[in-house]
Ligand binder design. Sequence first.
Ligand code: FE2
Length: 425
Amino acid sequence: MLDLLITNATLPDGRTGISVAVQDGRITEVTPGLQAPAHDTVDAAGCLLSPPFCDPHFHMDATLSHGLPRVNESGTLLEGIAVWGELKPLLRAEDMVERALAYCDWAVAKGLLAIRSHVDTSDPSLLPVQAMLEVKRRVAGYLDLQLVAFPQDGVLRTRTGVDSLTRALDLGVDVVGGIPHFERTMAEGAASVKLLCEIAAERGKLVDMHCDETDDPLSRHIETLAFEAQRLGLQGRVNGSHCTSMHSMDNYYVSKLLPLIAESGVSVVANPLINITLQGRHDTYPKRRGMTRVPELMAAGVTVAFGHDCVMDPWYGMGSGDMLEVAHMGLHVAQMTSQQGIRACFDAVTVEAAKVMHLQGYGIAPGRDASFVLLQARDAVEAIRLRANRTRVWRKGRLVAQTPEMAAGLRVEGRPARVTFMRGA
Ligand code: FE2
């Protein structure tokens, strides 16, 4: 007898009437119309069954700290870094752990089961690192938390930057981070990319750098990152986060840059909510959107995913751990409004994000982990449009979250229905 059988599901690739059979935490069969005895059978009623949402770029150490010790009044990246700098001496590990655990609860309820979080390694005490390693341990039963050693104040700009970062890696942090555009000069930024990639290559680690999070078209650290990924044989193991300067770069230069990124196997994570909020702040009008060139990167064959980046912290006072909100903003900012474009934005918070994070056992296919989300929507496009209710969330065959279905005219006789507009009645 199966542990779990889900029937009549729609998958993100458009297949309908699909049954998913689960045994011992793994998917054993994905096929149309399968009926078999199971301890738990769930009729999906034609709704979308998706692999879990993944957030490939987040800051768990800062989350839910909005207003501490004060609000970022200008809304700029630099004031955000300054507010975080004011908060750091006041941080207590237990408060960071509590806030992070609360956020992880929100995440699971929204079907977000894998998060890559940058952790600030600037302070030699490594307090945020210790706290986030504790969180990683405590959430391991229901959420994959991957940690990035992130030298927020610049790995070369601070005297102890390199030492603190390598000690964080020694403690078990998974990925090497960086922030080249925040180093003192362009040359030091490039030197930091080289150094950090060498550290990653030496230790067999992945790389994920905040890269060119600026509107300055001459911030070109992504070029160095791609070059170093190739030089050190790190193809497929390096990610550039943000890359917002690419929005403002010269078009000829970008025509040379895109193939370089593609051939180096560097992936790119855009953070639509944060990019549209933080970029263009020094502009009058026209104000630049600032997000990197998402459809162009995708067309060049680069793996592109979307991250949430911030929720209720010094940089962003909104958010709820909902990756559909991220995808929704992404498709607007990138103007990816074709059906194919919208589906690509759904992939950017699911399957493409999982690729960036090198997740194992991900996806709805036989042999993979039985981790998936049932949404109150007929397909991926409707899921984004409605930021659809996540009625059930399973991780490795275990139900980890359940939300009552919304009425609100969205369902008729147990099936999602179009909202009917009664014109002139
Ligand atoms: Fe970030």
